[in-house]
Design a protein around this ligand. Structure first.
Ligand code: PLP
Length: 456
């Protein structure tokens, strides 16, 4: 009997899950005791669990299901591609149509001279590729010591050893012997949490200039690249003050430092433009992509590099690649996803209609007694929970306790919202309608009220 095609009672599924399945970023023993929710189907912005409950997914899975669930076109393309050519690699003088077509389409969509794609299985692998790309680039240009990559505390760039080293998550660095050498972290531009008495503008400049200070301290001839998410996602949807990005661009240009924009969350419409770099006004040399590239329907990611880097790397044998680089089924699915995003003008619609509608309601959440700051860019947003808005105070409890309570209230109200410490975060499918946004806010308000009642 196949457990996938036959109805198996929820408690049996939970018991099997607890016995054999290790969950990412979870305390598995506790999950086993509490019992996990088994998601069985999804359509549009709604998930359905094994008990038949409909759950509004305000996170688009893990920030990825940009076109929403249940698009048959992607399933059809995947089935067709599996029949025709389920797998082949692109290592040794071979290629295939889905990888060619997808690389060309990405080059067309990406700004400026970002015209070349190195495929990976997801964002972590793509950022590992970036480490090797930038170091190989400088080595080929006769500067092998220019190999330090600067990143930011509380950034998220993935979970592999390389990408987690680039990331600045303290909890991740505490396990497994990371970061690797020659990665350096500066502070993040989170004004609400760390701005003190500075205005957001002053704070943005101060934090950007930490990059310059680090370059001067480490040596201009040692620093290869700076990597950052245009809007920090997993760190809590951290939107830098307006002064931040122009200063970062100036510094990268001045010291000849490659700028890597990690677009894994921001890319493919999330911020109201095709890429977050366009929204914050930067011109990266490399972009990391994944998630929205296929709307999560198939695992695929990649690094988009500019003409100059491709030319330099092209002059040597780049000893790097993954079995599933440019996987034909994933590439065909991603291509179909991009067709839908483009033909249905989903990115334009986000910018002109959905995001402004969401923004107005989101910012009004600061009227709630528990909510301090409300941050939003396009279709990614967060609120800071606070006991005192005026002083931007933190709760006396262990950081994350109140966020966790609020997250559980959302869950009980059939709303998926994530907590990052004591911030609550959303990143809904881009196709969410105004009526669905209204429904989301009914559940958000109910959950906030319940969380507040629980902590007071
Ligand atoms: N980069 C960013 C900005 C991300 O948010 C993520 C995942 O959340 C990654 C990289 C890692 O991507 P993946 O989980 O596909 O390896």
């Amino acid at each position: 009997m196949s457990i996938i095609t036959n109805h198996v009672p929820t408690d049996e599924l939970q018991a099997l899950d607890s016995a054999h399945h290790m969950h990412p970023f979870s305390t598995n023993d506790e999950l086993g005791k509490e019992g996990v929710r088994v998601i069985t189907r999804a359509n549009g912005v709604y998930l359905t669990d094994s008990e038949g409950e409909d759950i509004l997914d305000a996170m688009a899975g893990l920030w990825c299901v940009n076109i929403g669930y249940g698009r048959d076109e992607l399933a059809d393309v995947a089935a067709r591609q599996m029949r025709e050519l389920p797998y082949y690699n692109t290592f040794f003088k071979t290629t295939h149509v889905p990888a060619i077509a997808l690389a060309a389409k990405i080059a067309e969509l990406a700004p400026g001279d970002l015209n070349h794609v190195f495929f990976a299985g997801g964002g972590s692998e793509a950022n590992d590729t970036n480490i090797r790309l930038v170091r190989t680039y400088w080595a080929e240009k006769g500067q092998p010591d220019k190999n330090i990559i600067i990143s930011r505390h509380n950034a998220y760039h993935g979970s592999s050893v390389g990408s987690a080293s680039l990331g600045g998550m303290a909890g991740m660095h505490a396990q497994g012997g990371i970061p690797i050498p020659d990665v350096h972290h500066i502070n993040q531009p989170d004004w609400w949490a760390e701005g003190g008495d500075l205005t957001p503008e002053e704070f943005g400049l101060t934090r950007a200039r930490e990059l310059e200070e680090a370059i001067l301290e480490l040596g201009e001839d040692r620093v290869a690249a700076f990597i950052a998410e245009p809007v920090q996602g997993a760190g809590g949807v951290i939107v830098a003050p307006d002064t931040y990005w122009p200063e970062i661009q100036r510094i990268c240009d001045k010291y000849d430092i490659l700028l890597i924009a990690d677009e894994v969350i921001c890319g493919f419409g999330r911020t109201g433009n095709w890429f977050g770099s366009e929204t914050v006004g930067i011109k990266p040399h490399i972009m990391t992509i994944a998630k929205g590239l296929s709307s999560g329907y198939a695992p695929i990611g990649g690094s988009i590099v500019n003409d100059e880097i491709a030319k330099v790397i092209g002059g040597t044998e780049f000893n790097h690649g993954y079995t599933y680089s440019g996987h034909p089924v994933a590439a065909a699915v991603a291509l179909e996803n991009l067709r839908i995003l483009e033909e249905e003008k989903i990115v334009d619609h986000v910018r002109d209609v959905t995001a402004p509608y969401l923004k107005e309601k989101w910012e009004a959440l600061t009227d709630h007694p528990l909510v301090g700051e409300a941050r939003i860019v396009g279709m990614m947003a967060s609120i800071a929970l606070t006991p005192d808005k005026a002083s931007r105070a933190k709760f006396a409890s262990e950081p994350g306790t109140v966020g966790y309570i609020c997250r559980d209230c959302c869950f009980a109200n059939n709303l998926i919202m994530r907590h990052v410490g004591d911030r609550m975060v959303i990143s809904p499918p881009l196709i969410m309608t105004p009526a669905e946004i209204d429904e989301m806010f009914v559940r958000i308000h109910k959950s906030l009220d319940e969380a507040q009642a629980e902590i007071t």
